[in-house]
Write a protein that binds this ligand. Sequence first.
Ligand SMILES: C[S@@+](CC[C@H](N)C(=O)[O-])C[C@H]1O[C@@H](n2cnc3c(N)ncnc32)[C@H](O)[C@@H]1O
Length: 273
Amino acid sequence: MSDDAPGDPALLPAELTRVPSSARVWNYWLGGKDYYAVDRDAGDTVAASYPQIVTLARQSRQFLIRAVRTLAGELGVRQFLDIGTGLPTMLNTHEVAQAIAPDCRVVYVDNDPIVLAHARVLLANTTAEGRTSYVDADVHDPERILAEAREILDFDRPIAVMFLGMLGYVADFDEAKSIATRVMDEVAPGSYLLVRDNTDSGDGVREAADNYAKSGVDPYHLRTVAQLGEYFAGLDLVEPGVVPVEQWRPGAVELGATHAEHTGDHGGLGRKP
Ligand SMILES: C[S@@+](CC[C@H](N)C(=O)[O-])C[C@H]1O[C@@H](n2cnc3c(N)ncnc32)[C@H](O)[C@@H]1O
């Protein structure tokens, strides 16, 4: 949990800087500053065959912002379980949620040691009324995630469970579904599932996924749009359903993007009845 987080990422073992990590490559595409040369090289290799990746990363952050605003605002959710957090960047989940309702509680989950090292940055920016915490866990271990999240979140009240750019790191699709289902089984009625992942939209993105895996990053498994829809089985899909992220309740364009572009990245939100 957060209290154990090491404070200074510079003190992490040097080996971590020799192999690219998905969190740091993602940070590079997002325009952040928390990556090493090895991550930049991996990111550039992917971008060479799939230049939309930079737009995809930035549009995905806008999707996160719009979805969390919808959840905390219109839908009145006060608890968030963000699994596969990534490195802190601008407008993280707790900042977006707590700007709308300062009492929001947010639990972040990731298995990357450098994300863990940055957890204090996330925690420092939380509101006085709200609470933000961090669980060091692998998505393949939902029991641990649930047990640790229960220390912070009230499972008798609605929780927004978020898997953004995350379930593609679970190689087996049935396992990815069962992880999402396991977590949703435990949360109260009126909870929500928010999922976003890139889809298998052609040769370019498949080649990019191959190059990504060859660079040494954990492989990312492209799914079909229909498969993303399967994550919401038994839930009531919130309009407009599972759609390209730029079409999900489009709003003001933020974070330096100038226009919406279709990349294959899809997202959706479902409510547990
Ligand atoms: C592409 S980033 C997405 C970050 C953030 N959710 C977003 O949408 O901006 C994927 C994140 O998932 C995390 N991740 C990858 N595999 C994981 C696993 N097996 N267990 C937990 N987290 C994992 C990575 O460390 C990284 O932070």
